[in-house]
Design a protein around this ligand. Structure first.
Ligand SMILES: Nc1ncnc2c1ncn2[C@@H]1O[C@H](COP(=O)(O)OP(=O)(O)OP(=O)(O)O)[C@@H](O)[C@H]1O
Ligand SMILES: [Mg+2]
Length: 226
């Protein structure tokens, strides 16, 4: 748990699972309770990182290989953490981030076939101790998610660098998100994103309330044990 009053919560999962929808719903509920909430996203979220976002999502970096892409994601993440996320957490805000380090593990690590050691090193450098207090992994068959994303964008919208990949790749990512949730059950919570929006929102709020209730001294004690 982050030592100050703030909390760092990330939303993960494949394309179209409802991350953005649910982040905005949660932000509204928490703000109504008088809490200070910052909504942000990756890649991007800070001035430096937003500049890199365009390079990554347009596919401009694709031809230079997955290592180059991973390094750019890490550069963007580092800027985002140091310029935006850490200062907000230190001031006591609840930071809700749309995608974070788990997307790198899955997209560059698992389906990008990048060596785990390389992914781990980059993660450590970029995250620099700012591990999420809670990661909500929204789970849905890849086909359903892609259909939702397509509906949202309209038939003629061009898919981005990652959306255009094959269904089998998207399914592999879904499995990887489930695996990593199981491997870090204290941090990650799997949410069935195939349910109605309100039901998903409630499951998310329950998980968030659990970590908001945890007092800082208790959390510090847990950190000490880890
Ligand atoms: N529980 C739900 N049931 C049905 N449709 C949903 C649900 N949640 C979100 N949607 C719709 O699915 C579409 C995709 O949702 P959203 O944009 O929130 O997903 P996302 O995970 O942020 O996608 P991306 O990875 O592309 O950013 C939107 O049109 C949204 O209104
Ligand atoms: Mg989104």
């Amino acid at each position: 748990m982050n030592s100050s009053k703030g909390r760092f919560i990330t939303f993960e999962g494949g394309e179209g699972v409802g991350k953005s929808t649910q982040i905005h719903r949660l932000a509204k509920v928490l703000r109504r309770r008088g809490l200070d909430v910052l909504v942000t996203r990756e890649p991007g979220g800070s001035q430096g990182a937003e500049a890199v976002r365009n390079v990554l999502l347009s596919g401009a970096a694709e031809e230079f290989g997955v290592r180059m892409e991973a390094l750019l994601f890490a550069a963007a993440r580092s800027d985002h953490i140091e310029e935006v996320i850490r200062p907000a957490i230190e001031e006591g805000a609840i930071v809700l981030c749309d995608r974070f380090m788990d997307s790198s593990r899955v997209y560059q690590g698992v389906t990008g076939n990048l060596e785990p050691q390389f992914v781990n090193h980059l993660e450590r450098i970029a995250v620099n101790g700012m591990t999420p207090d809670l990661t909500l992994v929204l789970d849905l068959p890849a086909e359903t998610g892609l259909k939702r994303a397509k509906l949202r964008e309209g038939k003629n919208a061009a898919p981005d660098r990652f959306e255009k990949e094959e269904l089998a790749t998207h399914e592999k990512r879904r499995e990887a998100f489930v695996d990593l949730t199981r491997s870090e059950p204290d941090r990650c919570k799997l949410i069935n994103a195939g349910q109605a929006e309100d039901v998903v929102a409630l499951a998310i709020l329950n998980a968030v309330e659990d970590i908001l209730d945890e007092s800082v001294p208790q959390a510090a004690a847990q950190d000490g044990k880890a």
